[in-house]
Design a protein around this ligand. Structure first.
Ligand code: HSE
Length: 439
C-alpha cells in the first residue's frame, strides 16, 4: 500500500517532535497502520532551522503554498498557530482536497464551523478530514475519547485542567505561598509561560479548548464567543491558603455542562475538594473529567504540552487518516495493530519481570540478623532502597524487619528469599509485595 504523504507547515517545537516521533517509531506505526507515513515536504520561514531537523529526509521550502500545491501531498499538518495566515492556509489546503491535521485550538474554537463546513464540501462533496487531537490537552487523547470511546453516552459534563501554565502557577502559589506575579516570572524563566502569557493566564487558551470539548460533547457549534472566561490574574495567594484549610484546592477549570436550559461553557478559578483525584493534578500537567450517563465519571491525565506529547497526538491523527484512506481492512484493526504485523514477542514469566519490592519478615532480635539478610540480597545483586527495623516490644525477642528494594529481577528475589527464610533467625515466611513508582 502506498505511503501516506504528508506536508508540514511550521517546524517549531511541535513540528520537530512530529518528525522525530514519526522517524523513531516508523516501524511500529506501519505495524498499526498497514502503510507508511512520510513527511515529504516542510514549509518554514526559517529554512535553516527546518533543514537542521529533517536533513535530507524531506524537501524544505519557505512557502507554505508550495506544499498545498504539491499534488503528491495527501495531508497538510498546520502547526503555525493563530487565526491569521493559518486560517487561510487551512482553507486553501481543504480546497485543494488535502486532509488537515492541526494543533490550532484558537483557530478551531473561533472559525471551526467555517473550516469543518469547507472540509465537508471539499473534493466535490466527498469531503476531507480535519483532525485536531493535539489542540486539546496535548498528549491526552481526549478528542478521540469524546468522538469515539464515549460515543454511546449522553454526556452530562466535561471539566478539565487544560492549561498547564496556569496549573503550574497555581501549584507554585500553593506550595510556596508566593503571589501570582512572582510565580509568573518564575514560570516564564522556566519556559512554561510564553513571553506574552495573556492567553494562558487570562483563561483564553483554556476557553478555546473547553469550546472544542463542549462542541464534541453536546453536538453544538463551536461558540468561543459565548464562553465565560475568567483567568487567574486576580487570584490572591491568601485565598488558596484559606481554601486549603477548608479542604479545597483552587484550579483553573474549563467546564461545559448540559443543564435544562442549555449548555454552560465557562473557564474560571474553581474550588475542588482536595480528595478528588483531579485536585491533585499539579505542575504543568493536564487532566480532563467526562461524565456520561452510561460510563459514569471518567478521568484522563497526562502532559498537556511539549514537543513529543503534542506530537503523539498529531501522529495519532495521521494514523487515523492513513487507516481510513487505505484499504478497508486497514481501518481501525481490532487489536490496534494490522493482523499481518502481529508480533510473536513472548509474554515474560514472572521470574524475568523487573520491579522493586517491599519485604517484611519476622526476625529474632539478635546481633547480625540484618547483616545476614542484606548479605543474601547483595549476593543476588539486589540493591536496598530503605530499611525499617522496628524496636522489639517489651518482653519480646522478635521484631519486624522491613526492606524496600530497588528494581531487580523477580527471579533473584525468589532465590534470595528462599535463603533468607532458611535462616534460623528468620521466623516464618517473608511477606513480598511488588512496588511500582508509576512515575
Ligand atoms: N499554553 C498551553 C498550556 C500549551 O500552558 O497548557 C498547550 O496548549
Amino acid at each position: 500500500m502506498k505511503a501516506l504523504k504528508v506536508g508540514l507547515l511550521g517546524i517549531g517545537t511541535v513540528g520537530s517532535g512530529v518528525f522525530t516521533v514519526l522517524t523513531r517509531n516508523q516501524e511500529e506505526i506501519v505495524r498499526r497502520t498497514g502503510r507508511g507515513i512520510e513527511i515529504c515536504m516542510v514549509a518554514d520561514l526559517d529554512t535553516a532551522r527546518a533543514t537542521a531537523v529533517v536533513g535530507n529526509a524531506a524537501q524544505v521550502v519557505n512557502d507554505a503554498r508550495a506544499v498545498i500545491a504539491n499534488p503528491e501531498i495527501d495531508v497538510v499538518i498546520e502547526l503555525i498557530g493563530g487565526y491569521g495566515i493559518a486560517k487561510a492556509l487551512v482553507l486553501e489546503a481543504i480546497a485543494a482536497g488535502k486532509h488537515v491535521v492541526t494543533a490550532n485550538k484558537a483557530l478551531l474554537a473561533v472559525h471551526g464551523d467555517e473550516i469543518f463546513a469547507a472540509a465537508a464540501k471539499a473534493r466535490n462533496g466527498q469531503g476531507v478530514m480535519v483532525l485536531f487531537e493535539a489542540a486539546v490537552a496535548g498528549g491526552i487523547p481526549i478528542i478521540k475519547t469524546l468522538r469515539e470511546g464515549l460515543t454511546a453516552n449522553r454526556i452530562q459534563w466535561v471539566a478539565g485542567i487544560i492549561n498547564g501554565t496556569t496549573n503550574f502557577i497555581l501549584s507554585e502559589m500553593r506550595d510556596k505561598g508566593l503571589d501570582f506575579a512572582t510565580v509568573l516570572k518564575e514560570a516564564q524563566h522556566l519556559g512554561y509561560a510564553e513571553a506574552d502569557p495573556t492567553f494562558d493566564i487570562e483563561g483564553i487558551d483554556a476557553a478555546h479548548k473547553a469550546t472544542l470539548m463542549s462542541a464534541m460533547a453536546f453536538g453544538i457549534p463551536v461558540q468561543f464567543d459565548k464562553a465565560y472566561v475568567e483567568g487567574i490574574t486576580k487570584l490572591d495567594a491568601e485565598d488558596i491558603k484559606y481554601a486549603e484549610q477548608l479542604g479545597y484546592r483552587i484550579k483553573l477549570l474549563g467546564i461545559s455542562k448540559r443543564v435544562d436550559a442549555g449548555i454552560e461553557l465557562r473557564v474560571h478559578p474553581t474550588l475542588i475538594p482536595t480528595k478528588r483525584l483531579i485536585a491533585n493534578v499539579e505542575g504543568a500537567m493536564n487532566a480532563v473529567m467526562v461524565q456520561g450517563d452510561a460510563v459514569g465519571t471518567t478521568l484522563y491525565y497526562g502532559k498537556g504540552a511539549g514537543s513529543e506529547p503534542t506530537a503523539s497526538a498529531v501522529v495519532a491523527d495521521l494514523v487515523d487518516i492513513a487507516r481510513m484512506t487505505g484499504h478497508a481492512s486497514q481501518a481501525t484493526p481490532a487489536l490496534a495493530f494490522q493482523p499481518s504485523s502481529v508480533s510473536a514477542l513472548p509474554i515474560l514469566p514472572i521470574e524475568l519481570v523487573v520491579t522493586s519490592f517491599y519485604l517484611r519478615m519476622r526476625v529474632a532480635d539478635e546481633a547480625g540478623v540484618l547483616a545476614k539478610v542484606t548479605g543474601i540480597l547483595a549476593e543476588q545483586g539486589i540493591s536496598i532502597d530503605a530499611v525499617i527495623q522496628k524496636e522489639a516490644k517489651d518482653g519480646e525477642n522478635q521484631t519486624d524487619l522491613i526492606i524496600l528494594t530497588h528494581d531487580c529481577l523477580e527471579g533473584k528475589v525468589g532465590m534470595a528469599l528462599r535463603q533468607v527464610e532458611a535462616l534460623s533467625s528468620v521466623i516464618g515466611s517473608v511477606v513480598k509485595i511488588r512496588k511500582e513508582e508509576l512515575a
